[in-house]
Design a protein around this ligand. Sequence first.
Ligand SMILES: *Cc1c(COP(=O)(O)O)cnc(C)c1O
Length: 399
Amino acid sequence: MTRQISERAAPSTALLGAGRSGNTVAQPIRRASTLLFDTVADLDRAKAARFDKGTEFYGRFGTRDVFAFEEAVSVLEGAEASLAVPSGLAACVLPFVAFVKPGDHVLIADTAYEPARTSFVQYIARNNVEVEFYDPTIGAEISELIRPETRLIYLESPGSMTFEVQDIPAIAAAARARGVMTVCDNTWATGYFCRPLALGADISVQAATKYIVGHSDAMLGTLSVADTELLTPLRQAANWLGYHVSPDDVFLAARGLRTLPARLELHRTGALEVASWMESRPGIRRVIHPGLSSHSGHALWKRDFTGSTGLFAAVLDITDRAQAVRFVEALRHFGLGFSWGGFESLTLLGDPSGARTATRWTETGTLCRFHIGLEAVADLIGDLDQALASAGLGETVAA
Ligand SMILES: *Cc1c(COP(=O)(O)O)cnc(C)c1O
């Protein structure tokens, strides 16, 4: 009883049926370590094909429910195949484990997710891999940094702290011309608003923890590929590391995926409204949101993305840490925490200057990141307004 989805269906329609089979609307939860085989020949066949797409062999390699979720992620990303791993960070690092060897050189966007950056510097580089950071806005000039031993170029667009938009097609084309693989962290846009694979990237990774799960209650990562040849090495590397994804977490992610387009639409409009309001609010020096025409990467964003999500930043007219703390702690509707993509609004004070080497962060004001959740926008604006006022930044203008 596999649901047949028309090839021409809109992504929001296609996602409702993607990967579904059987007679339940919900994704089943099948808990398994041991999987049983009828015959020795069946077992041998499964063992030989254990790294291939869709083979049930042993619980650690996944069951048909995990494969169903992976199939749905492929619909989201416009991919041939996808792989689920235990966290977003695991997804960011896995291509390096699968494809990068001692003596290789890799290029990393200077704005990459900070914990991934730490893994590349402290773990990947340990294996005699040269890790070099590049200006994320470099575009086609990335060619000048590619060497004979360059194996992989890593992108994240936009960066999840300071929102630089990368020219994915230009970088992917330059890499492809020299036989270099590209990996793009697509967590901000999800496949719903941007498809790095269609723009030329080889692997699109997501922290499914964020928008796919969508309710801040599970952690999961995904890798999607346009060329199925890349899947087997990734599955092999996941096995070397002993990765396994829990069927309960996959259930939550599959459930989140069905409502992703509807939720993203609210995150999109809410964040744009709040960001626009902030642009005219005294006390705010600069709003950094790729969907605003004031953003330096707005034209690229418009060309390559079909929408924006709930995460953006603002530079507040605050240079004093205590004043910044007063602002954040005066907020009532914004939680203080890291993992955005859930239904609630969040905020975080950031200082990018310590986490980049190829570029410089020169803003003197305080960088504050916001995730706009599913609350009524008027409540969020009223809250921001009162918190800015209570930190001494202008008069309250909203009721
Ligand atoms: C959160 C995040 C990750 C890591 O995801 P986890 O599931 O927390 O490991 C990777 N990339 C980006 C852009 C993220 O925001």
